[in-house]
Design a protein around this ligand. Structure first.
Ligand code: AVJ
Length: 301
């Protein structure tokens, strides 16, 4: 936060209120990624189950969502009666994992749910053993939040955690018309603006800040063509003179100062393939929706 320009950790966007706002974002008319990815999974889940023959699915970031269920439905249907399929949600939040495990165990009595508490961005990621192929999935386009170095480290860590013959399914948003991209991150209803400004609330309450108000910041979403990513910023509408009780530090921002809060990288399929293959993950199949907005890439270690 004391960098220039000031940068706040993206993960701070996802407190309870932030997570609810993101959920609202996924239903906005401008925000296409969730609907596109769901459509691809609906069309391809059975194919994914067939192509991988996986007995274990490890989901990075635990989910109880429609998307997770589409995959679990397909794998349940593909698993012979004598065998059991295992779902391994991986998350840093024990609370999230407990909810996921409870809800999915109740809904899928035929599936073993084995939660793992871990930060999957750490290089020492370890996955539960299995007799057959394992499938790691990372959905939602969340990889877009990682900068190129973090992506490389993540792919390498994952490739190390996987064994030869294991698979990786990755959801990525694709480069497209700039107007549509910007609209998806600057919606008319202002939900994304509230989501972004919520970071100020997180700071204010978490660090006991005086003189810091979300309304003093303007939401900015802009396309960075060089890095092919949407960048979210917060711009101070007036001079900010805040004081963090917890840190015993002042934070002064002249009007117009921009704080960087999130990147959402958009991918070109060829470049994505190169990144995965450099980490030792061979691309098997790329599926997109009919509009070509979003991609699911299946690779194999
Ligand atoms: C949850 C990271 C996939 O980058 O599209 C949506 C987050 N931020 N609108 C994305 C987000 C603003 C989202 N991901």
């Amino acid at each position: 936060m004391w960098q220039d320009p000031p940068t706040l950790p993206t993960k701070w966007l996802y407190d309870e209120r932030g997570s609810k706002l993101f959920d609202e974002i996924t239903r906005l008319p401008e925000y296409y990624p969730t609907r596109r990815e769901t459509a691809i999974l609906r069309a391809r889940a059975a194919e994914i189950a067939d192509a991988t023959q996986a007995q274990v699915m490890v989901e990075l970031g635990s989910g109880t969502s429609t998307k997770t269920r589409l995959l679990l439905d397909a794998f349940s249907a593909a698993t012979p009666d004598a065998e059991r399929f295992t779902y391994v949600p991986v998350d840093v939040s024990t609370e999230m994992l407990t909810t996921t495990a409870d809800v999915l165990s109740a809904d899928y009595p035929g599936i073993d749910v084995v939660p793992v508490v871990a930060d999957f961005t750490e290089p020492d990621l370890r996955l539960p053993d299995a007799d057959g192929p394992r499938l790691a999935v990372f959905l939602g386009g969340t990889i877009g939040n990682f900068d190129p170095d973090a992506r490389r480290a993540f792919y390498q860590g994952l490739a190390k955690a996987l064994s030869p013959g294991d698979f990786f399914l990755l959801g990525t948003d694709l480069v497209k018309d700039t107007g549509r991209l910007v609209a998806a991150y600057d919606d008319r209803a202002g939900v994304t603006a509230d989501f972004n400004r919520n970071l100020i609330e997180v700071l204010r309450t978490g660090l006991d800040a005086r003189g810091l108000y979300a309304d003093d910041f303007e939401h900015i979403a802009r396309w960075n063509p060089r890095e092919h990513r949407i960048e979210m910023w917060l711009r101070a509408r007036r001079d900010i003179d805040a004081y963090f009780e917890v840190l015993g530090r002042a934070w002064r921002l002249p009007a117009g100062t921009e704080i960087h809060t999130e990147i959402s990288t958009k991918f070109e399929p060829d470049a994505l393939r190169d990144e995965l293959e450099s980490a030792g993950l061979q691309v098997v199949t790329v599926w997109t929706d009919p509009a070509g907005d979003f991609a699911l890439t299946l690779s194999r270690r």
